[in-house]
Design a binder for this molecule. Structure first.
Ligand code: NCD
Ligand code: ZN
Length: 338
């Protein structure tokens, strides 16, 4: 039997939703991860201290006794200023910026990306040392949206050299290349973008449960992402972007974007890193890099993964996970907290 032991795994991009969905999905992440960066795209989004604190409290209630730190984020607004952010800076791990309408629940995001207009708010984030996470897609042709956003990332990185900028859920080779040109650019990579290309989504019969934003790209893009993750590129972190939607919202005309991977993420990553002969680098990808980049000190948790197959449930509550009903090669053997 082969095993991989992980310490303090972190998911640096996670959608937990709210209400019944929160109560279904939060325990699944909290069981095997030490912490996660919680996305603020609720309806309405998390934009003030009160809603941030209340949401954190609802997450804590949903996870019960699990040892798990929800690292909270605020939904970026250009009007954020020092008076608003300074008093709550300690309660935040990052601010998340969405271009308006680019993805699920992002209507209140930034319109017409003008750096000058954003300068005061971004200056404050930089001054307070709050990282800025960005959903980097333009409104262009769907396969080119992320590539077209790279010059915007680069302009931001140059204009705010002291601001930590995280390129969220990157999906193409151009984004990886940009990491090496700017000391203050970092990135998260999902599980599904390490595994699939547009072929798996739409090359055969349409697979709604693999449809997400950004859309999966070309084989060479997946190669570049895999290469960075497997080789423990110090500027990339695991962020699942696990984004649950009820089955009726996925298996429908106007399918909602998002892939639900949280419960299977660690075993599938273990299988992937093991298959590529890089098992020792998974610890960097799922924990160490994030701790370094964000300066986190997550609660202690040890996860033992083994190459014993498991069958993925057809559904968790109302949500269909990636690999639903299929067998995956690895499973979680034990989780211990110290
Ligand atoms: C996410 C969601 O459903 O909230 N969807 C997705 O396809 N990834 C939003 C996001 O991160 O883009
Ligand atoms: Zn997301």
């Amino acid at each position: 039997m082969t095993e991989i032991i992980l310490h303090e795994p972190l998911d640096m991009h996670l959608h937990l939703r709210d209400g019944a969905m929160l109560r279904t999905v939060a325990p699944l992440s909290a069981h095997s991860f030490s912490g996660a960066l919680i996305m603020p795209n609720l309806v309405p989004p998390v934009t003030d201290a009160e809603s941030l604190r209340a949401y954190r409290q609802r997450i804590r209630e949903a996870i019960g006794n699990e040892v798990f730190e929800p690292y909270m984020t605020l939904f970026f607004k250009p009007e954020y200023d020092l008076d608003f952010l300074a008093p709550i800076a300690e309660e935040l791990t990052a601010v998340k910026l969405y271009p308006a309408g680019i993805t699920t629940n992002s209507e209140g995001g930034v319109r017409g990306f003008d750096i000058e207009e954003l300068r005061p708010a971004l200056g404050v984030l930089s001054e307070l040392g709050i990282p800025l996470c960005i959903h980097g897609e333009t409104g262009g042709f769907v396969m080119d949206r992320e590539k077209e956003f790279v010059p915007i990332y680069e302009a931001l990185a140059d204009a705010f050299p002291d601001l930590t900028i995280i390129m969220e859920h990157i999906t193409d080779a151009e984004s990886i290349a940009a990491l090496d040109r700017h000391p203050n650019l970092y990135a998260t990579i999902t599980l599904h973008h390490l595994l699939i290309t547009l072929d798996e989504v739409a090359g055969g019969m349409l697979q709604p449960h693999l449809f997400c934003k950004p859309i999966a790209k070309r084989p060479e893009d997946r190669e570049a992402l895999l290469n960075a993750a497997l080789n423990a590129h110090p500027k990339v972190m695991f962020g699942s972007d696990s984004a649950p939607h009820p089955r009726h919202a996925k298996e429908a005309p106007g399918c909602a974007a998002g892939v639900f991977t949280a419960p299977i993420a660690l075993p599938v990553l273990a299988e992937l890193f093991s298959r590529h002969g890089m098992p020792e680098n998974l610890q960097h990808f799922v924990s160490n890099n994030a701790r370094q980049i964000y300066g986190l000190n997550p609660p202690k948790k040890k996860v033992r993964l083994i190459d014993t197959p498991m069958r993925v449930p057809e559904k968790y509550g109302e949500v269909v996970p990636m690999f639903a009903g299929e067998e995956i090669g690895w499973s979680i053997d034990a989780v211990s907290v110290e």
